[in-house]
Write a protein that binds this ligand. Structure first.
Ligand code: IRN
Ligand code: FE2
Length: 562
């Protein structure tokens, strides 16, 4: 057991999301292995129908009361341990190696069922390197997910303490909270104290893939002085985190010594934490980055656990002025070179991307990444489409995120309203997740992901038919939708009323449309010509009435004093 006896975590948020229930579909396991339980969320509708959606929240939303919560110190059931594991292929026990050998693993079948795809399609995408399934064999609590442009766009939520704030309890709750609202993966970016223990609590209770940036913990080990870092300290930190079950790791191996001067004249220099740590090391030693020179050894370690590389963008632009510059694209070319090396070891790879990029320069990022990195899944931070709105950077970045996801980005790293200002709290985490679900889903619609639009259609039908409760429950955030509605119309009958407080009963366009339909039925008007003719006749009568009344649009309420 992971953790010290002084249990710092008391409880986390449990209970179903409003109007829905957590359910599992059972698939028989391969080769006599245990059954697979594929999660989804069923939203019950007031008209007797239901609508099922992808669910990332683990059993926390299945528990209906707090006393059903598993012992957090024990962690979630280790279900994946009972799944079957194929024999290694050329020394590699990774999803990539198996996919290339034509083997469909339980993880592939699980994600195929989860997304409504054919398992063979999943295998092909993984084999080509266009998709990854980050699933460390030491993370048996995981419900696997696939990240690749052929699949639903995924979102990551960053959590983690810093030297100044937050406790283990808060971080575990942030993980549960972020996945409750749709976070597909979380990254533990802790830099303060108790990094190992915090991560252990998160790992053992995380139903989603967990990512980290191991250089942060390595830096803690040398008391925050980047020049004291060594390959050995970094390597041992990576092994420590692999052993804990981390599923993917950001490695800033593309920040080369010769690229550092390229950032000198930028408006915002190097904004990546990992990038600036490695740049400081390279300059201090005047040597090539140990992440680059030892990259093959790193591949061997990650292969051992099937940990996925997330090759970091240490030279990403941190401002509109620096977007798409030589420093950024030089690093991307190196990431392309490293992608090929990692894949030659059978290690899965994704590529991290910007940052801050104006809208007209966004698509170029995807085009280049695909060309240089063999279409490895792109994983971007926004990008922010403008620099001028601190406190609203979830929005500035969701604009860029929607565009870059439509162009082919596979996963979006969320940005919260606290970006550039402070460590996000629980509310910020939810706002970031919901905002990024909007960007990701908007991109799924634009890309024609099968099944994406059905939720829009269901919600629109509910809206048109004044099924208010269904409209709330089909939404990404039922609690806030209901709260906003009830702010002005709290009475229960308003949940079936044919209007809301925005336009009131007289001016509701939805109601008027419904009236037109009723009118057509009432007058037995079958064809469009019938309707047009009847409307024309009624209009003529109305306009005569208007002319007879004086033909004025504004009828003064009081006699004019002018
Ligand atoms: C994603 C894309 N580009 C950067 N990211 C995320 O930024 C990365 O996955 C990690 O969560 C976070 C911190 O990165 P830096 O600042 O150390 O590069
Ligand atoms: Fe920024």
């Amino acid at each position: 057991m992971p953790v010290s006896s002084s249990t710092p975590v008391s409880t986390v948020t449990v209970g179903p999301i409003e109007g829905s229930s957590k359910q599992y579909r059972t698939l028989p396991g391969a080769d006599g292995g245990a059954d697979l339980h594929v999660p989804f969320r069923r939203i019950a509708l007031t008209n007797g129908d239901h609508h099922d959606v992808y669910d990332t929240s683990g059993p926390y939303t299945q528990y209906t009361a707090e006393d059903q919560l598993h012992d957090l110190a024990e962690g979630l059931p280790k279900t994946r341990d009972a799944w079957s594991t194929p024999a290694p292929v050329d020394g590699a026990s990774t999803q990539l190696a198996w996919a290339r050998a034509g083997i469909i693993t339980d993880e592939m079948r699980f994600v195929a069922a989860r997304e409504g795809f054919d398992p063979e399609k999943v295998r092909e995408e993984v084999a080509s390197g266009r998709a990854v399934i980050p699933a460390n064999r030491k993370h048996p609590e995981l419900e696997p997910a696939i990240i690749g442009k052929a699949f639903a766009v995924k979102i990551n939520a960053n959590i983690g303490n810093s030297a100044v704030t937050s406790s283990i309890a808060e971080e575990v709750e942030k993980m549960v909270w972020a996945t409750r609202w749709g976070g597909d993966t979380i990254m533990d970016l802790s830099t303060g104290k108790d990094i190992h223990e915090t991560r252990e609590w998160i790992m053992r209770n995380a139903p989603v893939p967990v990512g980290t940036v191991p250089i942060y913990q390595a830096l803690e080990k040398v008391k925050g002085d980047p020049t004291k870092l060594t390959w050995e300290i970094f390597r041992d930190t990576v092994i420590e985190q692999c052993e804990q079950g981390v599923d993917y790791m950001t490695v800033h191996a593309g920040v080369l010594l010769r690229y550092v001067p390229l950032a000198a004249n930028r408006v915002t220099g190097i904004v990546s934490r990992g990038g600036s740590i490695m740049a400081a090391w390279c300059l201090a030693h005047h040597e090539e980055s140990f992440l680059y020179t030892h990259f093959r050894e790193l591949c061997e370690i990650l292969r051992e656990y099937d940990v996925t590389f997330s090759l970091g963008d240490g030279l990403r632009p941190g401002s509109i002025a620096d977007a798409n510059d030589e420093a950024q694209f030089a690093e991307l070319r190196t990431l392309g070179e490293l992608t090929k090396i990692a894949k030659s070891y059978g290690v899965q790879v994704m590529i991290e991307g910007p940052g801050h990029v104006p809208m007209h320069k966004i698509v170029e990022n995807v085009r280049l990444e695909e060309e240089l990195c063999e279409e490895a899944p792109f994983y971007t931070l926004g990008p922010l489409a403008t620099d001028i709105a601190p406190a609203y950077d979830h929005i500035t970045s969701a604009i860029g995120a929607a565009i870059i996801a439509q162009a082919g980005t596979a996963m979006l790293c969320y940005v919260t309203p606290k970006e550039h200002l402070g460590l996000p709290n629980r509310d910020d985490v939810k706002t970031g997740v919901i905002t990024y679900k909007i960007a990701a889903h908007a991109a799924d619609l634009a890309k024609g992901h099968p099944g994406a639009q059905s939720r829009d259609d269901e919600l629109s039908k509910a809206r048109f038919e004044f099924r208010w409760v269904d409209q709330f429950n089909l939404s990404l955030d039922p609690d806030t939708a209901r709260e906003f509605h009830d702010e002005t119309l709290p009475a229960e009958p308003a949940k079936t009323a044919h209007f809301c407080s925005m336009c009131g009963p007289k001016f509701c366009s939805m109601r008027i449309s419904a009236d037109v339909r009723a009118y057509a039925e009432e007058h037995n008007l079958v064809t469009q010509e019938d309707i047009d003719a009847k409307l024309a006749a009624d209009m003529a009568a109305k306009s005569q009435e208007f002319a007879d009344a004086g033909g004025r649009v504004y009828i003064p309420l009081e006699p004019s004093r002018a």
